[in-house]
Ligand binder design. Structure first.
Ligand SMILES: [Zn+2]
Length: 317
């Protein structure tokens, strides 16, 4: 008899906190929206300097970025001070600069994990970073996390859905419960080249709001329906939102998404409460390759779980 994998009807909400303004303004708003929906979520917080203004420079250097900024109305989403942060204005510390907000998230019953130290540096340079450089990014974030919350983190999610053999091997040193770096379909143990890593990856399974908007007639008024068309209730779903988007200009879209998902039977749970159910049956967790790909609605490559398993975990042990 095959037993259904854990996670049926469960929708895990991942809240990425990328910028200072996103943290300061978006966290309180999202905490209210989640409380109203009686939903638990996992917040992944960037801890270091907000250099998001440097992303503006990519307008001039990267194909597709300008189109996306215009399509999603980036100044509406991010605000002018964020777009200048780390360029004309000094970069404020994101998570390390608002420990009270992190304690608010924790006290409200949500999980707090790490979304890197310097988000922009990770996005721009990870594919060229050495293992020591990656370790340093994590060390600074972990130190700031411990200062804010008095304990080490159990989870990390890579900025920009980017990971490498170096970043996965640093995660294996960190004694984590899980990581949530790439896009994909189900929890898995990652492999890159000939290396298999032992920290379970729980990928983001839905498209994000900013990837959907402007495509095929999707607007902020119907994006909640478009997102839920991707939902398969028989398996764990992981939906990533952003304090700079759903915690700001698109808060109403997010509220509609919460209500509709609830109406359709979704249960919202933090990832650290779900992952132990998977780890209890490690032989059911596949090993899958992680590859770099372009995905619709997003400029540049992200890391994606290959859909065919390389091998079942049972064969590996
Ligand atoms: Zn991010």
């Amino acid at each position: 008899m095959t037993v259904a994998p854990p996670g049926a009807r469960v929708v895990a909400i991942k809240v990425d906190v990328d910028t200072y303004r996103g943290a300061r303004d978006g966290i309180p708003r999202l905490l209210r929206a989640l409380e109203e929906a009686r939903a638990r979520a996992t917040f992944f917080v960037t801890f270091g300097p907000d250099h998001s203004g440097r992303a503006v420079l990519r307008v001039f250097t990267r194909k597709g970025f300008l189109k996306k900024m215009l399509r999603t109305n980036a100044t509406k989403t991010y605000g002018l001070s964020t777009m200048l942060s780390g360029t004309l204005l000094p970069g404020k510390l994101v998570g390390a600069g608002c420990p009270d907000l992190l304690r608010d998230i924790d006290a409200a019953g949500h999980e707090v994990g790490i979304h890197g130290w310097n988000h922009v540096r990770w996005h721009d340079r990870l594919f060229r970073m050495t293992k020591d450089e990656v370790r340093e990014e994590y060390r600074r974030a972990v130190d700031a996390y411990v200062v804010a919350l008095g304990r080490p983190p159990k989870s990390v999610a890579a900025p920009a859905w980017r990971c490498t053999a170096e970043s996965l091997s640093v995660q294996d040193e960190m004694n984590l419960l899980y990581a949530s770096d790439p896009r994909g379909t189900e929890p898995f143990f990652p492999r890159i080249g000939s290396q298999t890593f032992r920290t379970i990856q729980v990928p983001t399974t839905f498209s994000t709001l900013d990837e959907m908007l402007g495509r095929d007639g999707v607007t902020e008024n119907n994006v909640h329906e478009a997102l839920l068309r991707e939902w398969d209730p028989s398996r764990l779903a992981v939906h990533t939102i952003h304090t700079e988007g759903e915690g700001s200009a698109y808060l109403d879209s997010f509220r509609r998404w919460l209500a509709l998902a609830r109406e359709r039977g979704a249960e919202f749970e933090r990832l650290d409460r779900i992952v132990p159910q998977w780890l209890a049956q490690p032989s059911d967790i596949p090993v899958c390759e992680v590859v770099r790909k372009e995905i619709p609605g997003r400029a540049g490559e992200v890391c994606v779980q290959e859909s065919t398993a390389v091998e079942a975990a049972a064969h590996r042990r």
